[in-house]
Write a protein that binds this ligand. Structure first.
Ligand SMILES: [Zn+2]
Ligand SMILES: [Zn+2]
Length: 197
């Protein structure tokens, strides 16, 4: 779709309001205060948004995010793919997060940078013997990320989306371990369900 055809009804209706915002930015009505919100990356299914995204030089799959724990002792910056936000309903995630499910997004360790503080690590040992590092703030208890219990370097961190400043823009695309989801949870029709991993 070309920019000149902007009046044509947008196919992805649930994202239309976001596109409208981008059009305002594009038209100079609402100048971007910082680099254009990377939530553009969420609109990959929309040709018009993709066009705008590329026009601004943003990578299709990269979004810069930043976050902090509740007491702000720990702060970090990271680069993630917003298409990979996921929910986990497993019992460990319910217990470790203290709520009904966990929302996370993977991040290459090399793309995660601590700005302040140092998380504490709790090693979770699964029934299978698999060990996972759970990084959290030792002062306020906010979960920061989880990763494999291996030497640092090439690991993948599962960043806890709730500590990200951009959390409202990060929409889950998949949910795992749905068979242990709490029974009162409303259906999320746009989020693909996996019974287990
Ligand atoms: Zn804290
Ligand atoms: Zn889980």
């Amino acid at each position: 779709m070309r920019a000149s055809q902007g009046a044509r009804p947008f196919r992805c209706q649930r994202l239309a309001h976001r596109l409208r915002f981008l059009e305002l930015v594009n038209a100079g009505v609402q100048p971007p205060s910082s680099p254009l919100p990377p939530r553009l990356s969420l609109l990959l299914s929309c040709p018009r948004a993709r066009e705008l995204n590329f026009a601004r030089g943003n990578s299709e799959f990269e979004m810069k995010v930043d976050g902090a724990c509740h007491c702000v002792a720990i702060a970090f910056e990271a680069s993630i793919d917003p298409q990979k936000v996921r929910i986990c309903h497993c019992a460990d995630c319910q217990q470790l997060s203290g709520t009904a499910f966990r929302v996370m997004v993977p991040c290459a360790e090399s793309e995660f940078h601590l700005v302040s503080g140092n998380p504490k690590i709790y090693i979770k040992v699964a029934e299978s013997g698999r060990r996972r590092q759970q990084a959290f703030c030792g002062n306020c208890g906010s979960p920061i990320y989880a990763t494999s219990d291996e030497p640092p370097g090439g690991r993948t961190l599962g960043i806890r989306v709730g500590v990200l400043r951009q959390r409202n823009e990060l929409v889950p695309t998949r949910q795992y371990w749905f068979r242990s989801a709490v029974p009162w949870l409303p259906a999320m029709p746009n989020v693909v369900v996996h019974g287990t991993q």
